[in-house]
Design a protein. Structure first.
Length: 442
C-alpha cells in the first residue's frame, strides 16, 4: 500500500496533508500497488536484445493526416502523424470533446475508420452532438471502460484514429486502484502508447486538469505522449486558443485560434483582430507565438488605494514581472505607485510570457497614472531591464512587418537593434531607456 498525490502523482509511504511536490492540500489517497506481472518471466528474461545500427535502419516517410481544421493542422505541424500519441487538456466545458468530435466527423467523411471511446458520455449524447455540429455519423462508438478488453477489440477493428475521452475513466482490472488513480492512469497510458506505436493508430487522449491548470495524474503521462495540447480561453468571449506545449513532430508553443459557434469550433483566420479592441489607455505590442506574430493590446487601470497593501492584479501577464516593472517605474522614473491599486489585463484572454511586452505594459501603466492617452497607431516592442534600459528582442523585423500590415504608423523599439535593411513605411523610433519613451510620449 502507498499514498499517491492525485494532482501530480507523488508517492509517499504515509499520508501527508500537503504534497511536497506540487503543494496541493489533502490530495493524497491510498492505493494498492499492483503490478501487471508477465506469465512467463523466464521467457522474457532470456529473450535476446536486438542491437541496431542507425545507418542500417530503413524507414518510410508516411504522409500526415490532415484534420480538416486549418488551425489544428498548424499547431500539430501539418496534421496527424500515423502512430502518434496525443494528449489534450483544458478546463471543463472549454470545448475539448467538441473539437475531437469535429475531427472525428470530418475524417470519417473522408473514408477513415474512426473510433470514439467515451465513458463520460452516453452514445445518445455523442450522437446528439454530432447532429448539432452537422457532421456525418460514420464514427464508431465504444462506451466501455475496461481498457484491456477494448484494446483487443480495437486490434480487430484496426482504426485509423482512436479518441479516448478521457484517460481518467478507463481502467485495467489487473490493478486494484480505482479509475482515475495514479496507478491506473500510468498503466492505461502505457498500454495505449504501445497500441498506438505497434498498430500505427493515431491516438488522442483527453486529460482532466487540476485547479492549477495542469493535467491531472502522474507527470509520466506527459512524458509518454508525443504531443501535449492545451485548449484555453475565456468561456464568455466565444473563442478558444489551442496551444502546443510539447510536439515531437512540429513547432512548440504554436497556437491555433478558434471561434465557438453553434456549429462547433471554427478556425479564425484573422485571429489578430481578436486581440485588438482600440480601447483608450491600451498599449499595443507584438508577440511571437510559435511561428506566428500576433498584435495584442494590454490595458491598465491605476486607481487610488484605500488598503494598507495596494492590489497588484494581472490577468494574462506574470504578476511577478508586473511588480518588477512597477519597481522600475518608481525607482528610475520617479513615478509613485505606492498608494495605487494596479490592474493589468491582456486583451483576448492570451497568457503572455514573451518579455517583449514589457515596454507596452510600462507605458500603459504610466498613461493610466497620468490620465494621458497613448498615441494612436503606435506599437511598443522591447524588454525592460532592472536599470530601465530597453533590451532587444528576437524576430524584430517580423514583428514590425506585422504592425505595418495592420496599419500602424510608429514603433518604439530598442536602440541596440541590428535591424536589417527594410522597406517599412512605419516610423521607427529607437530608444535606449524607458525614460526616453515616456518623455517622447507624455
Amino acid at each position: 500500500m502507498a499514498y499517491y498525490c492525485q494532482e501530480c502523482g507523488y508517492k509517499s509511504l504515509k499520508w501527508l496533508g500537503r504534497c511536497p511536490e506540487c503543494g496541493g492540500w489533502n490530495t493524497f489517497l491510498e492505493e494498492k500497488e499492483s503490478s501487471i506481472k508477465p506469465k512467463n518471466k523466464s521467457r522474457i528474461s532470456n529473450k535476446p536484445i536486438k542491437v541496431l545500427k542507425l545507418s542500417d535502419i530503413k524507414y518510410e516517410v508516411k504522409p500526415r493526416i490532415l484534420t480538416g481544421l486549418s488551425e489544428l493542422d498548424l499547431v500539430l505541424g501539418g496534421g496527424f502523424v500515423p502512430g502518434s500519441f496525443i494528449l489534450i487538456g483544458g478546463d471543463p466545458g472549454i470545448g475539448k470533446s467538441t473539437l475531437l468530435t469535429q475531427v472525428a466527423g470530418v475524417l470519417a467523411e473522408k473514408g477513415l475508420k474512426i473510433v470514439y471511446l467515451s465513458a463520460e458520455e452516453s452514445a445518445e449524447q455523442v450522437k446528439l452532438r454530432v447532429e448539432r455540429l452537422g457532421l456525418g455519423d460514420e464514427v464508431l462508438f465504444i462506451g466501455d471502460t475496461e481498457l484491456s478488453t477494448i484494446i483487443e477489440e480495437l486490434k480487430t477493428i484496426k482504426p485509423d484514429l482512436l479518441i479516448v475521452d478521457s484517460i481518467q475513466t478507463v481502467f485495467l482490472p489487473e490493478l486494484e486502484s480505482p479509475p482515475g488513480g495514479v496507478s491506473q492512469i500510468r498503466e492505461c497510458a502505457n498500454l495505449l502508447m504501445r497500441f498506438a506505436k505497434e498498430q500505427e493508430v493515431v491516438t488522442i487522449v483527453v486529460g482532466h486538469i487540476t485547479k492549477g491548470g495542469l493535467i491531472a495524474g502522474p507527470k509520466v503521462l506527459e512524458h509518454l505522449v508525443d504531443v501535449v495540447l492545451y485548449l484555453e480561453g475565456e468561456k464568455e468571449t466565444g473563442f478558444r486558443i489551442l496551444r502546443a506545449v510539447k510536439n515531437r513532430f512540429g513547432p512548440v508553443n504554436e497556437i491555433g485560434v478558434f471561434l465557438m459557434t453553434s456549429k462547433g469550433l471554427v478556425p479564425h483566420s484573422q485571429c489578430e483582430d481578436l486581440f485588438l479592441s482600440g480601447e483608450e489607455n491600451a498599449a499595443v505590442f507584438c508577440v511571437i507565438e510559435g511561428t506566428r506574430p500576433l498584435l495584442v493590446e494590454v490595458q491598465s487601470l491605476v486607481a487610488k488605494s484605500f488598503l494598507a497593501l495596494p492590489r497588484r492584479t494581472a490577468v494574462g501577464f506574470d504578476p511577478i514581472r508586473l511588480s518588477l516593472l512597477v519597481a522600475i517605474l518608481e525607482k528610475k522614473l520617479n513615478f509613485n505607485f505606492s498608494n495605487q491599486d494596479i490592474y493589468v489585463k491582456i486583451s483576448g484572454g492570451l497568457k503572455i510570457t514573451d518579455p517583449s511586452a514589457d515596454m507596452a505594459v510600462a507605458v500603459s501603466l504610466v498613461s493610466s497614472l497620468l490620465e494621458k492617452p497613448l498615441p494612436d497607431k503606435t506599437i511598443f516592442i522591447g524588454e525592460i531591464g532592472l536599470s530601465g534600459e530597453i533590451k532587444p528582442v528576437r524576430e524584430i523585423a517580423l514583428r514590425l512587418k506585422e504592425a505595418e500590415k495592420k496599419g500602424f504608423k510608429r514603433a518604439f523599439v530598442p536602440e541596440r537593434l541590428n535591424l536589417p535593411k527594410h522597406n517599412l513605411s512605419l516610423e521607427i523610433i529607437p530608444c535606449r531607456k524607458l525614460l526616453e519613451v515616456c518623455e517622447k510620449i507624455f
